[in-house]
Write a protein that binds this ligand. Structure first.
Ligand SMILES: [Fe+2]
Length: 350
């Protein structure tokens, strides 16, 4: 799988030295730069989903029937925040053996996590077993033992697909490993989405220093389109639940970094789907297997399309290189798209 995913990846200097040594010795460079034929094909159909509390569901079979060059697991890929590492291992094994996961494996898969697969509900840097959880995450994805991803703290990563002129850089963030505690109010003062509120404390963080440094470098690498995968929503206004708006200084920092680039955000977490724009487009798809019990969304002045969707669903992002436009659709179990928006590339500039 990883040979197929080979592209431009930021590796630590030690890894690059090793690669150089291997190349000089006539050995394969771990497949890092040994581009598979698929790598040079432009990426056209990206499926993105989140929040899988079961791995047998009609929506998962429906997902396998949709066009796909790449699948993105955007977090809560398993629900394992109650039983420690043994439960995590058991749930990952179940996902890995599922018809759904086996069906995805003929094409590239990329993933990040959210709180329920990180191991602590609404959890962040304080979670004591985050290192162990990270090992299980990479084991699930068969990340090679010598992969630099296993050496770094946090599961953030970036990969580029497609030839020059049609490069898509997929940037998956880790919004858990380094995240400062949430600022909370009492239940009486809580909003519809929960009791978290925006903080003014600029020493708090979502991404943490090391990930910010990495991200800044990654965003300087050439690409025609950048797709940021964030488990939690980026664009919507604060709603009481988890979102970037709870850390306005971090939200502003990412927007500043993206300024002038063609970029968009994909997110999950909410157990409903909606499209928002707050300087950058944010397409939310959640949950793949669960019905949202309330059935109504929280207020969001940045919502672009009035319709939200609260039944099991997956997102499909189509890139039309000829027309220079993207179309994002949310699909439930029915044949027709539930939410749809077409955006010309020119409007994606942040
Ligand atoms: Fe979830």
């Amino acid at each position: 799988m990883h040979d197929m995913l080979a592209g431009f990846v930021l590796y630590p200097p030690t890894m690059l030295k090793t690669t150089r040594r291997r190349l000089l010795a006539g050995l394969p460079a771990f497949g890092l730069f040994s581009a598979h034929a698929e790598d040079s094909k432009p990426l056209e159909n990206i499926l993105f989903g989140s929040c899988l509390d079961t791995h047998e569901h009609p929506m998962l079979d429906r997902t396998l029937s949709l066009p796909r060059d790449l699948f993105l697991f955007m977090g809560d890929n398993i629900y394992a925040d109650q039983g420690g590492i043994p439960m995590m291992q058991e749930k990952y094994a179940r996902l890995k053996n599922s018809r759904f996961f086996r069906g995805l494996k003929n094409k590239p898969i990329l993933a990040t996590w959210d709180d329920h697969d990180f191991g602590l509900n609404d959890g962040g840097s304080e979670y004591p077993q985050k290192k162990e959880a990270q090992v299980e995450f990479w084991n699930w994805l068969d990340e090679p033992a010598n992969s630099p991803h296993r050496q770094q703290e946090g599961v953030y990563q970036a990969k580029t697909f497609g030839p020059s002129g049609k490069r898509v850089r997929i940037i998956l963030l880790d919004t858990r490993y380094f995240r400062s505690p949430l600022m909370k109010v009492s239940k009486e003062k809580a909003m519809l989405g929960g009791s978290s509120i925006p903080t003014e404390d600029e020493t708090t963080t979502i991404l943490g220093a090391a990930q910010w440094t990495w991200l800044e470098k990654v965003l300087q690498e050439p690409a025609e389109l950048r797709i940021i995968v964030s488990s939690i929503q980026f664009a919507p206004e604060a709603h009481g639940g988890e979102c970037w708006a709870n850390f306005p200084h971090e939200q502003k920092r990412l927007l500043t970094m993206l300024r002038g680039q063609k970029a968009l955000v994909l997110s999950g977490d909410r157990h409903w789907s909606e499209f928002s724009k707050n300087s950058v487009f944010d397409f939310t798809s959640s949950s793949m297997t669960q019905k949202h019990p309330r059935g109504t969304p929280t207020p969001n002045k940045h919502r672009l399309v009035p319709k939200t969707y609260h039944l099991p669903n997956v997102g499909l992002l189509n890139i039309d290189w000829t027309a220079q436009a993207i179309t994002t659709q949310i699909f439930g179990e029915a044949p027709e798209a539930q939410i749809e928006l077409r955006v010309p590339f020119t409007d994606l500039v942040v």
